[in-house]
Ligand binder design. Structure first.
Ligand code: ADP
Length: 184
């Protein structure tokens, strides 16, 4: 585990399964349908139980799913977290389809929604770096930049701890190394 302090917020990187993390919010790398999928999405729905899917269905009925870069909040069901924020990352398509700003939007919109719900801690997976094939090092830079910009510009933010939960060794190494050299 690696951690740094940015102003009053602790930013941590660890390797593990996000469904086991007892932070106020865990973030799901969902898809636009909000009806579940593979990867971390499947793991969250499996571990969290049917209540999460029921709320996702309601949101889908009300607003027709979730657009790329946007975020919605549901219960965390049986998970140790209090809420799940579902955000939809961009599919990597060579980098010329606005993938980078879309991934930034995922982090910013999720952080804003977490603060609106008075969350003190949040755990992110490495959005888009699985089935959606976003290059991992680039995704890590975008994630850390979005988080540090958010901390800098939200002095009154409720967030005391931001966790990056890396499932695979490659992402863990990338985040750990990047965080070590990170200077705000
Ligand atoms: P996307 O479609 O956004 O690429 P994936 O779920 O395929 O979403 O992958 C996103 C990241 O989540 C990948 O880095 C993958 O290794 C990771 N991941 C898969 N399962 C888990 C889990 N249980 N906890 C945390 N991260 C996970």
């Amino acid at each position: 585990m690696e951690e740094i302090k940015l102003q009053t917020t602790t930013v941590k990187v660890l390797q593990g399964d996000i469904t086991k993390i007892a932070s106020d919010v865990i973030v799901n790398a969902a898809n636009t349908s909000l009806l579940g999928g593979g990867g971390v999405d499947g793991a969250i729905h499996r571990a969290g139980g049917k209540q999460i899917l029921e709320e996702c269905r309601k949101i889908r009925d009300q607003q027709g799913g979730c657009q790329v870069g946007e975020a919605v909040v549901t219960t965390a069901g049986n998970l140790p977290a209090s809420f799940v924020i579902h955000t939809v990352g961009p599919v990597w398509n060579g980098g010329k389809s606005g993938e980078e700003p879309k991934l930034t939007n995922c982090y910013v919109n999720t952080l804003n929604l977490a603060c609106k719900n008075h969350a003190r801690s949040i755990a992110f997976p490495n959005i888009s770096t699985g089935i959606y094939r976003f290059p991992k090092a680039l995704a890590a830079n975008i994630a850390l930049e979005a988080v540090s910009n958010f901390i800098r510009s939200h002095h009154e933010s409720s967030l005391e701890q931001i966790l990056f939960v890396c499932f695979d060794e490659e992402n863990y190494r990338i985040y750990r190394d990047r965080l070590r050299e990170y200077v705000i």
